[in-house]
Design a binder for this molecule. Structure first.
Ligand SMILES: [Zn+2]
Length: 428
């Protein structure tokens, strides 16, 4: 490669003062572009994925584009994975108020993801089919990444300076004590498989059903304590870009987050995805469906994502973004922003629907009807309840605290919390 070619590959130098000024003024940075690749090896054929790079917030306006990448790792059949792949995106988008600005849209997204996941689960239940699926659903809008997940298909973020961070939480009973307590409190039992006269084998599972996961879409036959309420994390990366690796547990049972990131650094996304799958196969063999998506978020003045740990640049970035973090965020102590490459905008993982739908007053439509915060159906006030009122069969005194839920979604909420019809619980 000639010197001229090398210098063409380098981003043009921008004076540090200019960069800091831009950051402090929060000036709009140019849209990054995405490159992505996918690789998979099937054992049972229950992994599905979704790649939609050109979605539009405003129909007909290309400047409002965003991208969606998702993995659905099905179990006990494929119907839940297929159903989620086909319906989840629409259900999420329908929960975002029309005519939102970009900022409003991004702010509404975490709540819309919760509504969309729960709505998809209710609709799948109504089909009366068995099977369930993990979902890891990633929305990329410029430099903002929003990840919603149930189950154990992880999404990791690799950024400049070799910082690898996990954007999901594993909803596995074996590894998640909070989830074990929640499942038990909601009427499930947690224990290992009993074989040969009382010997316990394998990971912790919930009973009835014997599922190792504590959250999923589907699993109607297992129990309502397996909830579809996703962990949601929203981050903004610096304009140096970053790489996402989204994969089913076939990868993560074989490789740590760091190993997966390191195994493919510096390679284009398509090749990187293949290499991660190959690396997992090499270390563990093909024991499970294995699917991997790699998405590079690349500054538009660079031909490839130069993801290598670069100490000097990292110090510079810490100065640049560390200052911004202190100015713009109150909790600058969190791990990611402390290293100066990622700004955490939102994180919430509670399994309680009331905590996830916010406390906004119900939106009263012109018709005098209320819109359900989960399924977006308009209903007369008498036919539903607010999310924060008491159990379905014993409305509390302040029924309008928080968003409105239709009767159907209200029933779902109570069922997920282990409250059954006919057994009213007294609340303070
Ligand atoms: Zn509803």
């Amino acid at each position: 490669m000639s010197r001229a070619e090398v210098s063409r590959m380098r981003p043009p130098l921008v004076p540090l003062g200019t960069l800091i000024g831009r950051e402090l003024r929060n000036e709009k940075l140019e849209k990054p572009f995405l490159k992505y690749g996918q690789a998979a090896l099937a054992k049972k054929g229950e992994d599905y994925f979704l790649i939609k790079p050109d979605c539009l917030r405003v129909p007909g306006n290309p400047s409002t584009s965003f991208s969606v990448f998702a993995i659905f790792d099905g179990h006990n059949g494929i119907s839940a994975a297929i159903f989620a792949k086909e319906n989840l995106l629409d259900n999420v988008l329908s929960a975002i108020p029309q005519e939102s600005s970009r900022e409003e849209w991004l702010q509404a997204l975490p709540r819309a993801l919760v509504a969309g996941f729960v709505k998809t689960d209710i609709e799948f239940q109504q089909k009366g089919e068995t099977s369930g699926t993990t979902v890891t659903f990633v929305v990329i809008d410029d430099w903002t990444i929003t990840v919603a997940s149930v189950g154990d298909s992880r999404c990791i973020l690799d950024t400049q300076g070799g910082v690898v961070s996990l954007l999901t939480v594993d909803h596995r009973l074996e590894e998640n004590v909070e989830e074990r307590e929640r499942v038990t409190a909601s009427g499930g039992e947690v224990g290992r498989l009993n074989v040969y006269g009382g010997n316990e084998v394998g990971p912790l599972r919930c009973w009835p059903g014997g599922l190792c996961l504590s959250r999923s879409i589907g699993d109607t036959d297992v129990g309502e304590f397996i909830v579809p309420i996703p962990h949601v994390k929203q981050v903004k990366i610096s304009n140096a870009g970053g790489r996402l690796i989204i994969a089913s547990d076939g990868i993560w049972d074989a490789l740590s987050s760091d190993m997966a990131a390191k195994s493919c650094r510096g390679l284009p996304a398509e090749l990187a995805a293949k290499l991660v799958v190959k690396e997992a196969l090499r270390s563990r063999g093909l024991k499970d469906d294995t699917t991997c998506l790699v998405v590079d978020i690349i500054p538009c003045d660079q031909p490839v994502l130069p993801l290598t740990p670069r100490k000097k640049q990292n110090i510079l970035r810490s100065l640049l973004f560390g200052k911004k973090s202190q100015n713009f965020m109150n909790k600058s102590t969190n791990k990611l922003s402390a290293v100066g490459v990622v700004e955490e905008l939102f994180e919430e993982g509670s399994a309680m629907l009331a905590e996830r739908l916010g406390k906004d007053f119900p939106s009263n439509t012109n018709s005098g009807l209320f819109r359900c915060a989960v399924c977006q159906v308009d209903q007369a006030p008498a036919d539903g309840l607010s999310v924060n009122s008491g159990p379905f069969f014993s409305p509390a005194s302040k029924p309008w605290e928080g968003p409105f839920l239709c009767a159907n979604c209200r029933k779902k909420k109570d069922a997920m919390e282990g409250k059954r019809a006919g057994i009213p619980t007294v609340t303070s």
